[in-house]
Write a protein that binds this ligand. Sequence first.
Ligand SMILES: Cc1ncc(COP(=O)(O)O)c(C=O)c1O
Length: 417
Amino acid sequence: MQSDSVQIPYDINAIRADFPILAEEHHPGVPLVYLDSGATSQKPLTVIKALNRYYREYNANVHRGIHKLSEEASAVYEGARIKLKKFINAASKREVIFTRGTTEGINLVAQTWGRSQLKAGDVILSTQMEHHANIVPWQLIAEQTGAAMRYVPILPDGTLDMEAYIVMLHDLPVKMVAVTYVSNVLGTVNPIVEMARMAHDAGALMLVDAAQASPHLKVDVQALDADFLAFSGHKMCGPTGSGVLYGKQALLNTMPPWMGGGDMISKVTFEGSSWNELPLKFEAGTPLIAEQIGLGYAVDYLNAVGMENIHAHEQAIISYALDRLVELPFITVYGPTVEKKGAVAAFSMQGVHAHDVAQVLDSQGIAVRAGHHCAQPLHGLLGVSATARASFYLYNTTQEVDALINGLYVVKKTFAV
Ligand SMILES: Cc1ncc(COP(=O)(O)O)c(C=O)c1O
């Protein structure tokens, strides 16, 4: 498959065949319709095989042993870092810190940059559409430093109120803008380039939560000019426990370490310690070796399909899904229209709790998520405690959207609403 050019036709059958789980029955005789990739994606065979091969053929700790196995494990592990560097167009592999995922990456920045730089009166500016992972770490550090949190409001169409953002940047002593690239509920794709420029003009840094962006869009950290950017491997065809925090090297160099232990030191005495160079300064202890290697293979897979192709396919699917959902007068879909939206549709059904919607869909083989999707404050604004969410990825089809629509009619009938 070609990368970086639109592949026509998109060979959906070949892609689906790469994901063994998609051929499984969800219940006896009922095929799986997996519409929960926003929570975690399925994994292609190449990634599954890579994990297997690591454990069967070269399992060893990295950066430590002199023996051949350790050298091989270290080379493949560091090779994965280079793949990730290229994937996000970082200037150096030193800027690619391996983490367990987005949550860990944001906590790392809050606890190292935040603890050393924030003081009473400073403002951390987040938004009303954030996942808890981009709220709670900042609340914790705000409590510890005396800094305050503010949130950019959203407009009725589910986009950010950019006028309010400009005013807040102007009026408040903002030190950090922490914003999601793509909302995991509304699907809103935020204007990160513009927001980063405005943040920098106001003297603030920007952290981008790219958990729902890196699986779907070409993420170029230099073009975005993000100071930090965090994402999770498990949402982009990689294993759970894999992920990346990108940070500009000059900033990472000024930040103290977060966790202490093996690998992150250059020298330890009983009196004190000094730190290893980047990125190891932020990678204490034995890392998730197999997982990050697996993420490298996931990136190979995504590159082979082509991020542009994936994005174009998903836009077609979400566009079709929104058109079909509008046919159902008993369904409310949240978030902006398709031009400003990623491949996620959160919705509620009149008179039926989201958990009941998900349960009846599950009985028909359709996996969607129900709840507040770790965005409780946003759900409060939407006036609902929970929504059901269908999230799509490179392997979904319009037939699966049809299955969802038919499934929703069954839900309606079941609850006689
Ligand atoms: C927008 C967003 N941010 C952060 C996260 C947290 O990701 P993880 O649990 O992989 O750390 C998620 C996960 O759903 C998300 O959707």
